[in-house]
Write a protein that binds this ligand. Structure first.
Ligand code: ATP
Ligand code: MG
Length: 490
């Protein structure tokens, strides 16, 4: 018998259901040391779950989960003693312990059996065998275990044909999917996330069980859902995850505003883009050029205001006026509800959603220096991200339109470079500060000081004066005279 791997070819030797894994990463000294300590304590011990899956897929992975048939804490303490310079943390209530050294994180737990009662989200946990422990895992590909005891070192235990599923690219629950998802509904999010991250498919019964149990996701905390969404967002092609969330019915529950972008309405034979599909295309376009999580969120949310702004105008067709502004206003509340950050990351996404039309309107109008300077000023250091988003937003099927947009886009870009070199607008600080205005004119802080500052800024952005101290001071004095704040004698 031989095994063919889709996108990897690990070295296996087969004997019955057990296989020996001969991967150089398994020759790690620390793993041998764990096995030796387990031997000394008379325990079986295995490396299990995500680390084994990623080893076989040749994906990088940091945290190593170790299951001991016995006390995980005792094994962790023994390993900690042998590993010079390591740090031990024990979590007695959970029966787990962590040993950290450098960037290696070892998680220890005793093999356990979990049973769920319907009226409680927390399982009843008892000591168990390795098989019990594998039974409680979410997917077949996450239930693989490799023995670390010296005599059986490298032996792979695969009770649910996880290797077959790794090979075929399938996400499947080890036990009845309805029970698996009913017990812990977060697993539905994890199923979608792994499908998206690994480019796998959901097995049909697993998929249908998610459709039936989607409502149960409501009992899961928003923080844990957000973690999974961020992992979907950081995948090579995030649209895959969002489409699966939609097809399983999870999207409508966890993110109704995004689900509201779906569909096309037609009137007098005129339709509009399906904003959901367009959005996902923009997201994938951005993901091809940038790993930035928050730029990807900005792409996902760039048209989130469209359903609220949609209108039919006779003789014009469908319009989405101010959808950027409406969308930007939705961002803080959406982030708060979904337990995404409330800090400068949110502010960045809000700003990009707000400004996402601006480079395009520059393209469509005549591209004046003043308009480009204002855009540079408002976007600041985020101008490159904004331009990337704007470029990704050009998804028309009309090739001529795309060609024209792209050519104009290049023109705006070029102009930006020239103006930025000349005027340094990007991180613009007014050359005359408020304090100086107050001192020169003998004013206390008041509305007029703000007006003068604003006037200097506008004059610079409009190209009336250069971005320099002397001309700015002259201009301020002249404006102050006009406002009756300053007389010639001074
Ligand atoms: P990643 O680290 O990329 O999130 P992972 O599979 O390693 O992926 P972890 O959350 O680190 O995920 O969990 C490690 C292992 O614990 C999993 O591989 C799986 O076997 C098990 N596991 C984690 N969460 C669950 C869950 N909700 N239900 C069942 N098993 C789980
Ligand atoms: Mg992990």
């Amino acid at each position: 018998m031989s095994i063919f791997f889709r996108n990897f070819a690990p070295d296996f030797e087969l004997f019955d259901e057990k296989m020996a894994v001969l991967d150089p990463k398994l020759e790690d000294k620390t793993l041998h040391l764990i096995g030796q300590e387990a031997d000394r304590l008379g325990m079986e011990c295995y490396v299990i779950g995500g680390w084994v899956r990623d080893l076989l897929l040749h994906r990088p992975s940091k945290d190593i989960d170790v299951v001991a048939v016995g006390s995980g804490i005792t094994l962790a303490e023994a390993v900690h003693k042998r590993l010079k310079g390591s740090h031990l943390s024990v979590f007695r209530t959970y029966g787990t312990a962590q040993v950290k050294r450098g960037d290696i994180e070892l998680e220890f737990v005793g093999a356990r059996r979990e049973s769920y009662r319907h009226d409680s989200r927390n399982p009843i946990v008892e000591d168990g065998t390795l098989q019990d422990d594998q039974n409680r895992r979410d997917f077949t590909i996450n239930a693989l275990a490799i023995c670390l005891n010296e005599k059986r070192y490298g032996e792979l235990l695969d009770p649910f044909q996880g290797i077959r599923d790794l090979n075929a690219g399938i996400i499947r629950t080890p036990l009845d999917p309805e029970i698996t998802f009913d017990d812990d509904p977060l697993r539905m999010m994890r199923a979608v996330r792994f499908a998206c991250q690994l480019g796998f498919s959901l097995n049909i019964t697993t998929f249908e069980a998610i459709q039936r149990y989607a409502e149960r996701i409501r009992i899961i905390t928003k923080e844990r859902i957000a973690d999974e969404l961020n992992k979907i967002m950081l995948s090579p092609k995030p649209s895959v995850g969002w489409k699966l969330l939609d097809k399983t019915g999870l999207l409508q529950i966890i993110f109704p505003e995004l689900a509201a972008l779906k569909g096309v309405e037609t009137r007098d034979g005129r339709g509009h883009k399906d904003v959901f599909l367009h959005t996902l295309q923009v997201l994938d376009n951005v993901a091809e050029s940038s790993d930035s999580l928050w730029l990807r969120w900005a792409a996902l949310l760039h048209d989130i205001g469209k359903p609220k702004s949609k209108q039919w105008e006779d003789g014009v067709g469908w319009t989405f006026k101010n959808h950027n502004y409406i969308g930007a206003k939705m961002v803080p509340r959406l982030f708060a509800r979904m337990k995404l950050p409330q800090n400068e990351k949110m502010e960045y996404v809000r700003k990009l959603v707000d400004l996402h039309m601006r480079p395009i309107t520059l393209i469509e109008d005549t591209v004046t220096d003043s308009a480009v300077r204002r855009l540079l000023f408002e976007a600041g250091d985020d101008i490159d991200d904004l331009m990337l988003l704007c470029r990704a937003d050009i998804t028309s099927k009309n090739e001529e339109k795309v060609r024209r947009f792209k050519a104009n886009y290049e023109l705006v870009r070029q102009k930006m470079v020239e103006l930025e070199e000349r005027d340094r607008i990007r991180n613009f600080q007014p050359p005359v500060r408020g304090e100086e205005i107050m001192e020169t004119l003998g004013l206390q802080p008041c509305r007029e000081v703000g007006l003068l500052k604003e006037a200097i800024k506008d004059a610079i952005l409009d190209g009336v004066i250069p971005n320099e101290y002397e001309p700015a001071r002259e201009y301020m004095l002249q404006k102050a005279k006009e406002m009756g704040l300053y007389s010639a004698k001074e």
